[in-house]
Unconditional design. Structure first.
Ligand code: MCN
Length: 786
């Protein structure tokens, strides 16, 4: 086995079971005596519950129990929020898993039915009679922050969940100077609500042993250890008696970070009834009750000099939180958004006010990119506006402002230290590769048949590899951000890796095997990656924030290096050489200068496990574990380019070209990286052109199914070209940075910049996302004064 396996695009070992239908998801779990739960969810966005009559439902065929908010009183603690943002006047609205007095979004659980089968449970839901007294509702975060807005929570004035500020440099002076001698550009940006669309909806199966008090929860989650932690706190089952298993998870995109009311309710039912209980969400329930993403109203202004040097950025953001604060919600529009506002540039003065606002919508959580697409959009859109105002090429304005190449740390005004980057070279490579000059020349030929050509670029840097834990504490994240790995080499040289991280589509079963294979020279097929079961894996803080490879991969690399070090000592002992005289290459330990005097890793695995002849004081076995807490985040970056043709008669946008240049350090598996970028780019394009969670004036979700919510379709996309540069992270043992969210962070603004570049000759400077044909057409008509 060659050490070159690191960096090779081997096929994903996960795929055969995924594409042949032989994977086991939570809904595939069937246990003896198992019964089924269905949640009755509020149809009102905001209402008082005056009466609930469950008598008819309780006596319906197959029904075992109906529980309401009264029943869980005292049995379940309130649903927790786990990001207690400091210095923000955070006001958490405590709420029960089943609403008792007031519902605050269409989807709030009002009752649960448990029946012998799923259909009986659903039929019985219709028999529960709930009397509501409707209350006024509000969905737009800006409207919800107004003094006369309906009040969601009695003691949270103005619906304000928090007010957080990031500030560095003298912003007011920068704007004063720009007003006198330079330029200022302003924009109002609506980051519409988005609905994450994982292939698998949410599900939970709870099995409680009333004799032992042990509970097993199969749960479709991105972070089983966090689920165990929070379920223990809410249900009272001690952590040592609580096992959480995330079997196959069909994607999450952030929506499976949260621990949901329905998870706690399923556990409650299993505890009460003493039989296993399964709950699986329907797709429309998923739209209604699984967390949404984005939902910002952003007012942004950028100050610059007349030759295009950026001097200041000032913004105010109203971030819709939905009815309650979801598990990680407060950190998203703040830490993951506000701290990234300097982007790839050295902006000397930045101030942002972020207001988290309660609204009558589904709680908002992380959605691929989580805060960073919204930050990148603000900055990169404003840079295009600045370039347009000064009649400069947007690529030149970026080059003029980029932080110069750095290898080991660069401080930006928001307080972060980026690890490494070469932003100018990345953009130069992208522009060369796509023949940007030729594209501009073609554009200069003018519209063809009413179709205007637009070229959009954006440059991004993102914060990922979430860690270190010390920072987690400082920013109020109620957990650690380290990862751990155990590597166990069996007597025949086959390897088991136990990891706390919990991939759910990203491919780490393949790339982590590549790490092991590269470090100790075993075949990737001889390495099994075990994850997603809290009883069988060491602690891990989950897969989100593109951290699994940056943090979990580092833990693994360090553990497997310990194996290599021990194997070297053993080999020296067996070959009667001193350790200093030993060399290692490609799975073989040999005496320097005498390659035939060698032991393979398999030889050593056997000898270590039988332990007949160990060096003095050495423990038997070939196993190592590592707890890795990174010294800093990692900061991948890149530049993307899109070309569009806009039909000014119909407003239709045709995306004709998309090229992504990303730098995530050395790539373990370029095919997986490409796949991640493809998926991410498409999700970002979805926001730019098609997707929007629409609520009506009474806060009813009217895009409540896939019929009404426009997901990206393959036939509407051009080939997505993925190129790269490689800048290692100085602090990661393998130099790698994350890539899982990169595409989404860059692509939304890239495509919007392209459309608005196309429409510049017509005087259109702003359109609200998504850029549907109707909105584009109307913007053109408005610009024409029609
Ligand atoms: N990788 C690599 N070389 C690098 C960096 C990464 O080969 N230099 C590989 C990794 O080993 C892994 C993949 O690329 O196989 C993504 O790794 P990483 O960037 O570490 O991201 P995570 O595994 O932490 O995944 C989280 C990220 C996030 S936050 C969202 S949201 C998202 C995403 O990944 N959700 C996804 N990608 C997704 N892909 C699928 N199929 N489903 C989701 O729900």
């Amino acid at each position: 086995m060659s050490t070159r396996i690191f960096g090779s695009g081997i096929r994903r070992r996960e795929d055969p079971r995924l594409i042949t239908g032989s994977a086991t998801y939570t809904d595939d779990i069937t246990l003896p005596g198992m019964v089924h739960a269905a949640m009755l969810r509020s149809q009102h966005a905001h209402a008082k519950i005056t009466k609930i009559d469950t008598s008819e439902a309780t006596s319906a065929p197959g029904v075992l129990a109906v529980y309401t908010g009264v029943d869980i009183d005292g049995a379940l603690e309130p649903v927790p929020c786990a990001w207690l943002l400091p210095d923000s006047d955070l006001k958490i609205a405590a709420y029960p898993a089943i609403a008792k007095d007031i519902v605050r979004y269409t989807g709030d659980i009002v009752a649960v039915v448990v029946a012998d089968d799923q259909y009986q449970a659903y039929d019985a839901l219709d028999l529960i009679k709930v009397d509501y007294e409707p209350l006024p509702s509000v969905i737009n975060p800006e409207a919800a922050a107004k003094p006369d807005a309906p009040q969601l929570h009695p003691d949270i004035e103005g619906n304000q969940a928090f007010h957080w500020v990031v500030s560095g440099g003298d912003v007011d002076a920068a704007f004063k100077e720009a007003a006198a001698t330079g330029v200022i550009v302003k924009e109002r940006i609506i980051q519409q609500r988005l609905i994450p669309n994982a292939m698998e909806t949410r599900a939970a199966v709870a099995q409680y042993n009333q004799a032992s008090g042990e509970l097993t929860l199969w749960n479709t989650t991105q972070n089983p250890h966090i689920v165990r932690f929070l379920c223990s706190a809410v249900t009272g089952v001690p952590e040592d008696k609580l096992r959480v298993i995330a079997p196959e998870v069909g994607g999450g995109f952030g929506s499976k970070i949260a621990v949901y009311p329905a998870d706690f309710v399923t556990i409650f039912c299993a505890k009460m009834l003493g039989v296993p209980v399964k709950w699986t969400e329907t797709r429309s329930e998923n739209y209604q009750a699984t967390t949404h993403g984005r939902d910002h109203v952003q007012d942004v202004e950028l100050a610059g000099t007349k030759d295009g040097k950026i001097t200041g950025l000032r913004c105010s953001v109203q971030a819709g939180m939905g009815a309650y604060l979801s598990t990680a919600a407060p950190g998203i529009p703040t830490i993951l958004h506000g701290l990234m506002l300097s982007g790839c540039y050295d902006i000397p003065a930045i101030k942002e006010d972020v207001y988290g606002v309660y609204t009558n919508g589904v709680p908002v959580e992380a959605y691929r990119g989580a805060g960073r697409p919204e930050a990148t959009f603000m900055l990169e859109r404003l840079i295009d506006l600045l370039a347009a105002k000064l009649d400069l090429d947007p690529a030149d304005v970026r080059q003029k402002n980029f932080i110069p190449k750095f290898d080991n740390g660069h401080d930006v005004i928001t307080g972060l230290t980026y690890d490494s980057g070469d932003y100018p070279s990345g953009l130069t490579k992208l522009l060369g590769h796509t023949d940007y000059k030729a594209l501009r020349a073609k554009q200069a030929e003018g519209p063809q048949d009413g179709k205007y050509l637009g070229i959009g670029i954006s440059s991004y840097v993102e914060i990922c590899g979430l860690g270190p834990s010390q920072v987690a504490g400082a920013i109020g994240f109620q957990g650690g951000l380290w990862e751990s790995a155990i590597v166990r080499v069996h007597p025949t040289g086959k390897v088991h890796v136990f990891i706390g991280a919990s991939p759910h589509g990203q491919g780490e079963e393949t790339t982590f095997a590549q790490i092991v294979a590269s470090e100790i020279g075993v075949d990737t097929n001889d390495v099994k990656i075990i994850h997603g079961d809290t009883d069988n894996t060491p602690m891990g803080w989950g897969t989100y924030g593109s951290r699994t490879t940056a943090v979990g991969g580092a833990a693994l690399a360090m553990a497997v290096r310990k194996i290599r070090d021990k194997a070297k000592v053993l080999a020296a002992h067996l070959l009667e050489a001193s350790v200093e005289d030993m060399d290692y290459d490609d799975g073989k330990f040999f005496v320097k200068g005498s390659p035939d005097k060698s032991k393979t890793i398999q030889d050593i695995a056997l000898l270590a496990n039988v332990a007949w002849n160990m060096p003095e004081g050495m423990e038997p076995g070939l196993e190592a574990s590592t707890f890795y807490d990174p010294p800093n985040f990692v900061f991948p970056y890149g530049s993307h380019l899109a070309v569009v043709e806009v039909d000014t008669e119909t407003g239709h946008v045709e995306l004709t070209k998309y090229t992504a240049l990303d730098d995530c350090g050395p790539q373990i598996n370029p095919i997986i990286v490409e796949g991640q970028v493809h998926g991410g780019v498409v999700q970002g394009i979805g926001q730019a052109l098609w997707e929007e969670a629409v609520y009506d004036e009474s806060a009813q979700l009217i895009t409540g199914s896939m019929l009404d919510y426009a997901l990206p379709r393959a036939d509407r996309l051009p080939p997505i070209e993925v190129i790269s540069t490689v800048t290692p992270s100085p602090h990661h043992p393998l130099g790698v940075k994350g890539v899982g969210e990169a595409g989404t962070i860059a692509s939304t603004v890239t495509v919007c910049n392209a459309v608005l570049d196309a429409l510049r000759p017509l005087g259109v400077t702003s359109i609200d996302m998504p850029f549907t044909p109707e909105r584009v057409w109307r913007a053109i008509q408005d610009a024409k004064g029609n």
